[in-house]
Design a protein around this ligand. Structure first.
Ligand code: GLC
Length: 743
């Protein structure tokens, strides 16, 4: 059958050459239609609705339904995109089905959850965020885009930019932690990494800001649970990273599963139209999360899938992921007048624009190059970078008497105990795309191939959870013969990520008993943590000599951890999220409000607990180094800031230790009196400085009025005159401060 694709191709490429318009507006100035509108005018209603549906190829299932008819749908032009299909071979096969069989031959979009790497797996996003190295975070996303595009993919469902203040929520592992500003900077870096500077290049992919919005505020940290936050909290905490992603040019958004103040995000026009389109000017495409349209029936705002579909389209959704609601019901809704053709046209326009911006109409197979796939996927250079970012993501939480690094040139015995030292799959963390467990370097491999003089022995001691204590004896045996004990404890990869909330975030199973058994031996005791969330580890914090937070570091995990343990890399990571002492303190985060009865040790009637301090175990921004840093006093060029007079701030940092190290100098402010209550601290800037031993450096910051702005009672974005405290230090608990005035 003569397929109109070639006619359409000629039409589009002709049009494309004479408009060059990027946005999908009808170009009325010279009365020439945008190519996307030209194509839209050729489409039947079935073909239009087809573009508004995405189904999984069956690769990774993350929800209830799986359609096995998608190949037939592609032939009939009744599907616009496929996700979890990857590799040049498979995507080429499916693209040929679409381009050569459907009437108009509109190319498919291929999406996938490339969250922290395609095949070269980087640290989980929360771990990468602990590097506080925005350039490295951007490069990690750039590498993920290079590899996934070489494997035929056009679109990643990342970055996840949900601010998370509740570590019971498993998806805290997928984001950048608890702070809106830092989350915004990471969102920008990751969008720029995935999309690069030119989406028509075949090594750039569409990014997707998700999950819009406030998914991280799920009540009780229980995944998919209700979200009920004030507009103030929404705008001050949860929206900024999405706004930052928009300003960075992100081309797609994904709606969240949760309701927001009574309206499910997938049917929420306040979010999808008022904020996203009108306030922020977003002109890209909105896809739902997996069957989140259908789930509006469970939410209780629609009696049927068909009604839910009408809610979603009327709210501003363009594409239905996996739910087949538009696929099954939208034509009837149109016939009944429940939706308008203009809404369908607008949705299809947004979708076709993505394909147009990627250059797929000119060459649907531009991402299907076998040679590129062989050259770039899992390359040596990518793995070298993965090791670098993994090193930077490691946070040293405790190091009593400088027990670390281990004396790599000494003939000492090191017993490595715990359930994770040879677990390849757990190094991947959640959402590991095409990453393979067998490609991961374990801690055992990393230590043995590091070339030290140390003599290592290994014993699990116990399983990650469940099981019994029958292997304690073997662990005790090697520990009693060793000079050092390294305990590798924590969570499996499956205990964080989606649908992995925990009501108790302590060490699972018999791991605490294993640690106490080792402690009794009176040897230097070092704990390595494998985890996708903060853990409540007060006993470890009090009784072991060193604690090394390693999250899930990906393909090069074992090498990076060995590099830190053996002193080949001086740890520089800082926490992007607060570690509570106990789960009962949650939600606990650094930028809390002061309350009317702030904590007083000797006053019962102040805001506190009977059974635990208010302070966290480890604060936001915290991390140690193998070298100490000394902070000088804060200097202000003038003691005030005004609309026309920014405030220059400086401080001297000195490396007073014996080796080079990296310090992340953090600047916080506090607005002492305002028309609404303000947090006791707000991160406003940070700088990483690398200092050689004995080196001093003056670090400069500049604050302007925009750094002092907030939403007033009427939700206007304002700055008010008054006094501010300015803090500079190594974490959110710093007390080093000066005063300045905004006038
Ligand atoms: C999931 C997740 C979302 C992911 C999507 C596709 O349920 O919520 O983050 O991108 O489905 O796998």
């Amino acid at each position: 059958m003569f397929n109109q694709f070639f006619f359409v191709l000629v039409l589009l490429s002709t049009m494309a050459s004479c408009t060059g318009a990027k946005s999908a507006q009808v170009v009325s100035a010279n009365h020439v239609l945008h190519p996307v509108d030209s194509l839209l005018n050729l489409m039947t209603i079935e073909e239009k609705i087809g573009q508004m549906s995405i189904f999984t190829s069956g690769g990774d299932i993350t929800g209830a339904t799986l359609r096995d008819t998608y190949k037939e749908d592609i032939r009939k032009g009744r599907i616009g995109a496929v996700f979890s299909a990857h590799s040049v071979r498979f995507t080429r096969q499916l693209q040929k089905l679409a381009v050569e069989n459907s009437r108009l031959g509109i190319p498919l979009l291929f999406g996938y959850d490339v969250i922290h790497g395609y095949k070269t797996i980087m640290p989980i996003p929360l771990g990468g965020a602990a590097s506080w190295d925005l350039a490295a975070i951007q490069q990690a996303s750039r590498i993920a885009a290079i590899e996934s595009s070489a494997a035929g993919l056009h679109w990643t469902f990342a970055p996840m930019v949900d601010v998370a203040r509740d570590p019971r929520w498993g998806r805290i592992s997928e984001g950048a932690g608890e702070d809106a500003l830092y989350g915004s900077l990471v969102a920008e870096a990751r969008v720029k990494g995935f999309q690069g500077s030119d989406l028509t290049q075949n090594n750039t992919i569409l990014a997707c800001a998700k999950h819009f919005a406030a998914y991280g505020a799920a009540q009780a940290g229980r995944d998919y649970h209700t979200v009920d936050v004030s507009e103030r909290t929404l705008r001050e905490v949860y929206l900024p990273p999405f706004k930052s992603a928009t300003e960075a040019g992100v081309r797609t958004f994904m709606t969240a599963f949760n309701e927001l103040d009574g309206v499910p995000a997938t049917g929420n026009s306040f979010l999808l139209k008022d904020i996203l389109r009108k306030e922020w000017g977003f002109d890209g495409m909105v896809v739902t999360d997996y069957t989140s349209i259908n789930e509006m029936v469970h939410h209780g705002v629609a009696a049927t899938d068909k009604e839910a579909g009408e809610l979603a389209l009327n709210a501003g959704v363009d594409m239905d992921m996996q739910g087949a609601v538009f696929y099954d019901h939208l034509q009837k809704s149109l016939t009944e007048g429940k939706v308008r053709i203009e809404q369908i046209n607008q949705a299809v326009r947004h979708i076709l624009l993505m394909k147009y911006e990627l250059g797929l109409f000119e060459d649907p197979f531009k991402y299907c190059n076998k040679k590129r796939e062989e050259q770039y996927v899992f390359s040596k250079e990518h793995r070298q970078f993965a090791r670098t970012l993994a090193q930077k993501s490691i946070v040293l939480l405790k190091n009593e008497k400088g027990i670390l690094p281990l004396p790599q040139n000494a003939k000492k015995k090191v017993a490595v105990i715990g359930p994770f030292f040879d677990s390849e799959k757990d190094m991947l963390g959640s959402w590991s795309a095409a990453g393979r467990a067998e490609d991961c370097v374990t801690l055992k491999q990393g230590l043995l191939q590091a070339g030290s003089a140390l003599e290592f022995s290994f014993a699990k001691g116990c399983a990650p959870y469940g099981g019994d204590q029958s292997n304690f004896a073997q662990a005790q045996k090697i520990a009693s013969q060793a000079d050092y004990i390294v305990l590798y404890l924590g969570e499996t990869r499956g205990m964080s990520g989606e649908a992995a909330s925990r009501s108790d975030i302590g060490l699972p199973g018999h791991q605490s008993a294993l640690a106490k058994m080792c402690k009794k031996l009176g040897k230097p005791l070092i704990v390595i943590l494998a985890n996708g969330r903060p853990l409540t580890i007060p006993w470890l914090a009090e009784h072991v000599d060193a604690i090394v937070e390693t999250w899930f570091l990906g393909t090069e995990a074992g090498n990076a951890i060995a590099d830190v343990l053996l002193g080949k890399y001086n740890p520089s990571g800082r926490l992007p999220v607060t570690f509570p002492r106990r789960v009962g303190q949650i939600p606990i985060f650094y930028n809390m409000k002061n309350t009317g009865r702030p904590y007083e040790a000797n006053n019962k009637f102040t805001s506190k607990y009977l059974d635990t301090p208010n302070t966290p175990l480890y604060p936001f921004g915290f991390g140690l180094s193998y070298t100490p840093f000394k902070y000088g006093s804060i200097k202000l060029k003038q003691p005030f800031l005004s609309k026309d007079m920014p405030l220059d701030v400086s401080i001297t940092i000195e490396n007073t230790g014996s080796q080079e190290g990296t310090e992340t100098v953090q600047l916080y402010i506090r607005d002492l009196v305002a028309s609404v209550t303000r947090p006791v601290k707000e991160l406003k800037a940070f700088q990483q400085v690398v200092l050689k031993k004995g080196e001093r450096k003056e670090v400069h910051f500049t604050l302007s009025e925009k750094d002092l702005m907030f939403f007033d009672k009427k939700m206007n974005w304002v700055v008010e005159p008054g006094e501010f405290e300015l803090f500079i230090g190594a974490n959110a608990q710093t007390s080093r401060k000066v005063l300045f005035t905004f006038r």
